[in-house]
Design a protein around this ligand. Structure first.
Ligand code: NHR
Ligand code: GAR
Length: 213
């Protein structure tokens, strides 16, 4: 199965995919890495792993529709079976989502449905939450609202800042995301209407818990 990984930043989640593919833990090939930012650190990770890269800079387009059309055109020759949003920071238009419906995953740094959108760690701290986490979900038109697949909880500790919490959550992300992708690559995970199915059975509304699978 061929993956396309979309990034905007350092690409530590991309690295977990590169490493898992290399050691055979994820039976897939990363066909291409696309960044909307020319300076994204993840591009160097892709180069180091001999993975083709694309830069489609959103600032060069007049509209979200034009930007998404350019990404679709750039990705088309690689014919990805699964598109992985890994710290990709541009909201996608319905046309992009339609092109990859049911084969588009995101990792979001909160326990969805809590804290969709940005600044999740600061919001969890401000709310006095005792735990945070990350959730892998199918991407739909509704921002961070597509069916959850798999989540991992992370404790919030006294003295945490958004940065220390983010670092703790990211360590779990690197286990969580390849596991969800593995289910998809193995043909066990599918999107059916507004539910995610694993082995043909509906997953819980908040997804499966990485600690209990
Ligand atoms: N697109 C759709 N249609 N649906 C989702 O669920 C999406 C999506 C695109 C990205 C990732 C998401 C996250 O995990 C994601 C999910 C960016 C923003 C955002 O507000 C919000 C959520 C997510 C990603 N982006 C600003 C925008 O105007 C730009 C912010 C920036 O460039 O730093 O696009 O959190
Ligand atoms: C990850 O923590 C991911 O959950 C988050 O950005 C980070 C990317 O790190 N995603 C979002 O905030 C999406 N809006 P990485 O570039 O090192 O993988």
């Amino acid at each position: 199965m061929k993956l396309a990984v979309l990034i905007s930043g350092s690409g530590s989640n991309l690295q977990s995919f590169i490493d898992d593919c290399a050691r055979g833990a994820l039976p897939a090939e990363i066909a291409v890495v696309l960044s909307n930012k020319p300076e994204a650190g993840g591009l160097a990770r892709a180069h180091a792993a001999n993975i083709p890269t694309l830069v489609v800079d959103h600032r060069e387009f007049e509209s979200r529709e034009a930007f998404d059309a350019a990404m679709l055109e750039a990705l088309a020759p690689f014919a990805p079976d699964l598109v992985i949003l890994a710290g990709f920071m541009r909201i996608l238009t319905p046309d992009f989502i339609a092109a990859f419906r049911s084969r588009l995953l995101n990792i979001h740094p909160s326990l969805l449905p809590k804290y969709p959108g940005l600044k999740t760690h600061q919001r969890a701290l401000d709310a006095g939450d005792s735990e945070a986490g990350a959730t892998v979900h199918f991407v739909t038109e509704e921002l961070d609202g597509g069916p959850p697949v798999l989540f991992a909880r992370v404790p919030i500790e006294a003295g945490d800042s958004a940065d220390t919490l983010a670092a703790r959550v990211q360590l779990r992300e690197h286990q969580l995301y390849p596991q969800a992708a593995r289910w998809f690559v193995e043909g066990r995970l599918e999107l059916c209407g507004d539910r995610a199915l694993l082995d043909g059975e509906a997953l819980p509304a908040s997804g499966a818990d990485l600690d209990t699978i």
